[in-house]
Design a protein around this ligand. Structure first.
Ligand code: SAH
Length: 213
């Protein structure tokens, strides 16, 4: 089945990358939201997924994915697995996805869900995504679905020359700016573009281990 109508609604709003629309069409967003929300999952709005977090608005998922300009076979780092919906869109459009989520309560179910749906090209990690995933770097593309106040240096460092990073940056509570940073060949200044005003949950730092017990 899949979200055919949702993809058509996104096309009418200006999403033009056919591969992104197809990736959305093939998924059922209802599978990524709590049971009580299933009946509204096909709407273009964010929804609560528990633990103070939200599944992003489909338009934003599509917009950010389109802005990454992924090519088949590329390796992508995602910060903020959340429900895994954005992860599932990315996994259809690239070679490998490395997804980091700070909350184990969300990471566990997202992993189960994506494995049940048959995705075999997603690597999961529970931890603080502001550190990136150094062992798997460099990445062709990096996407953040939570907003830090400033671009975490580790993320830029883990982007290969020519790589693209799309991330909301700004005040922890309020409106942030969705930016795209393109890493140039060595020696040149990074190219930073402001794409859209957005509202994301804050990108938090993991609490020290002794606070977890
Ligand atoms: N793309 C997800 C968005 C979930 S909201 C979806 O559509 O379902 C953002 C997610 O980022 C939350 O799950 C939150 O726990 C996570 N997050 C916040 N700070 C983080 C950090 N420092 N490292 C990793 N994940 C983080």
């Amino acid at each position: 089945m899949g979200d055919v109508e949702l993809a058509e609604a996104l096309r009418r709003q200006g999403i033009s990358d056919e591969r992104v629309l197809e990736a959305i069409r093939r998924l059922e967003r209802a599978e990524f939201v709590p049971e009580a929300m299933r009946n509204v999952a096909g709407q273009d709005s964010p929804l609560p997924i528990g633990h103070g977090q939200t599944i992003s608005q489909p338009y934003i998922v599509a917009f950010m994915t389109q802005a990454l300009e992924l090519k088949p076979g590329e390796r992508v780092l995602e910060i903020g697995t959340g429900s895994g919906y954005q992860t599932a869109v990315l996994a259809q459009l690239c070679g490998e996805v490395y997804s980091v989520e700070v909350l184990p309560e969300l990471a566990g179910p997202a992993r189960e869900r994506l494995e049940r749906l048959g995705f075999g090209n997603i690597h999961f990690r529970v931890g603080d995504g502001t550190a990136g995933w150094p062992e798997a770097a460099p990445f062709d593309a990096i996407l953040g679905t939570a907003a830090p106040e400033r671009l975490p240096p580790a993320l830029y460092q883990q982007l290969r020359p020519g790589g693209r990073l799309v991330l909301p940056v700004g005040p922890l509570h309020g409106t942030q700016e969705l930016i795209r940073v393109t890493r140039p060949p060595a020696g040149e200044a990074a190219r930073v573009e402001n794409l859209l005003s957005v509202r994301f949950v804050p990108m938090t730092r993991a609490p020290p281990a002794d606070l977890l017990h």
